[in-house]
Ligand binder design. Structure first.
Ligand SMILES: Nc1nc2c(c(=O)[nH]1)N[C@H]1C(S)=C(S)[C@@H](COP(=O)(O)O)O[C@H]1N2
Ligand SMILES: [Mo]
Length: 428
């Protein structure tokens, strides 16, 4: 029976061994792209997991974008406030590198596509398990790149929370990735040693020949005449990545480079003046009305003792402190350092009778929903640069930047720098 199935001829089309004919397809080219991904993907994974930790999800359900993570949250730690640009760096690298690796990923998938049509699809139990791990690998990587890019491009089309999908997807993918690396590392290094990169980069079309037949069947059995050199293939992918780098990185680096970030949805002109820097959600877009933040606005501070109720004038009359900090969003963009001034969170905690507060619940006037409230940790409260900011760059906060008062904390993900704050509840 097994023998008879083994001899079943493949259906016509891509399942036939002669169908795939590119003469440059082979283990060497696959391994070049594979090596780039072997370096890049662990960086994506680590920076992604750091981003999740930066939300301080263990501070409670308000912060936790993935409440059912269970053991997958084993690595969480208290997100630091030093260096103040930490999240700007980790998340800028995460998003920029993800975008830059797209051409490499597509080239790698192209280079192994005959394997997708392997005949028979499943030959033995071991072969079936290997194919299943490849399905998780390829499905996982496509899922992670697609959800990540849709999110940074602000297409919220997800059936559920982006964070949950991207987080669980990352774990499925990385498991398959580790299995794949273990199974293929030897083959990859042998393939890389089989040809010299320097020679390939000098080889022209006339001298482009297929690699020797390989057990994976990547090298075509009936190669077509070459239309492109390996140098050309590596060059096209490299040029694609460099181009993506140039039109993406500016959103995280800033300065004049910001205007080169053509792919960044937040590349719109933020206007000029003290409040002329990137706005994520405007007040109108999240339902904050001028009436919420007009003369009737009060800050409530709860702690150990009677509640304080303060007007903006009273807050401005208190001792003001300054901090020079950026806003860095999970979407990868960030602002250059801005000059904020306002009240230290630590001072407000002390006024509320909790000089050693371990956490603070921050609530905005915005109708309850995503980002309308957050919990900050003791180390964030007690950093002297952590402010309830009233002013920025020498002017009052604009309505869209969080007037009358907003949180700004060093190394905090943008989303946790709540705008339009009206209540702080300090806890031990
Ligand atoms: N109340 C409230 N605060 C908020 C948000 C929000 O939607 N509502 N967006 C957050 C996000 S996702 C970011 S990146 C920063 C952006 O601040 P900015 O618009 O002043 O640049 O504000 C944060 N604070
Ligand atoms: Mo954000």
């Amino acid at each position: 029976m097994a023998q008879r199935i083994g001899r079943t001829p493949p259906p016509p089309g891509p399942f036939r061994p002669g169908f795939w004919r590119s003469p440059i397809r082979g283990p060497w080219l696959t391994s070049v792209f594979g090596l780039l991904l072997l370096v890049g993907i662990p960086v994506l994974f680590v920076t992604g997991m750091l981003s999740y930790a930066a939300y301080n999800p263990d501070l409670g359900p308000l912060n936790d974008q993935t409440p059912d993570k269970g053991l997958l949250g084993f690595y969480l730690f208290d997100w630091p406030t030093h260096p103040y640009w930490l999240y700007r760096l980790t998340q800028g690298v995460h998003v920029t590198l993800g975008v830059v690796l797209v051409p490499v990923l597509l080239a790698k998938l192209w280079s192994v596509i005959p394997k997708l049509f392997e005949w028979l699809p499943v030959r033995t139990v071991a072969h079936g398990l290997e194919r299943l791990s490849l399905l998780m690998l390829v499905g996982g990587v496509i899922f992670e790149f697609v959800t990540g890019i849709l999110n940074v491009q602000l297409y919220y089309v997800f059936p559920g929370s982006f964070y949950t999908l991207h987080f669980y997807g990352a774990w499925v993918f990385i498991a398959a990735f580790v299995v794949h690396v273990c199974l293929r590392l030897g083959r990859m290094t042998r393939a890389l040693r089989s040809r010299s990169l320097a020679t390939e980069l000098r080889t022209d079309l006339a001298h482009t020949r297929p690699e020797p037949a390989d057990p994976d069947g990547l090298v075509p059995i009936a190669p077509a005449p070459p239309t492109m050199t390996r140098r050309g293939a590596v060059g096209v992918v490299g040029a694609g990545s460099v181009l993506l780098l140039v039109v993406t990185a500016g959103q995280s680096i800033g300065g004049w480079l910001r205007s080169t970030a053509l792919l960044a949805p937040h590349n719109r002109d933020p206007g000029s003046g003290p409040n002329g820097f990137q706005i994520n959600k405007t007040a109108a877009s999240v339902g904050v009305l001028p009436a919420h933040v007009g003369p009737n606005w009060r800050l409530e501070v709860h702690g150990n003792g009677p509640t304080l109720v303060l007007t903006r004038e009273q807050l401005l009359a208190m001792r003001q402190h300054a901090a020079v900090l950026p806003i860095a969003c999970v979407e990868g963009w960030s602002t250059p350092d801005q000059h904020w001034s306002g009240l230290r969170l630590a001072d407000l905690g002390a006024m509320a009778g909790l000089p050693d507060a371990g956490s603070v619940l921050v609530e905005s006037v915005q109708p309850p929903g995503p980002y309308s409230s957050v919990v900050l940790r003791g180390n964030q409260i007690h950093d002297p640069r952590s402010l309830l900011a009233l002013r920025v760059n020498g002017a009052d906060l604009s309505l869209d930047h969080g007037y009358p008062a907003r949180i700004i904390v060093p190394a905090n993900p943008g989303v946790n720098n709540t705008k339009w704050v009206h209540r702080l509840t300090f806890r031990t």
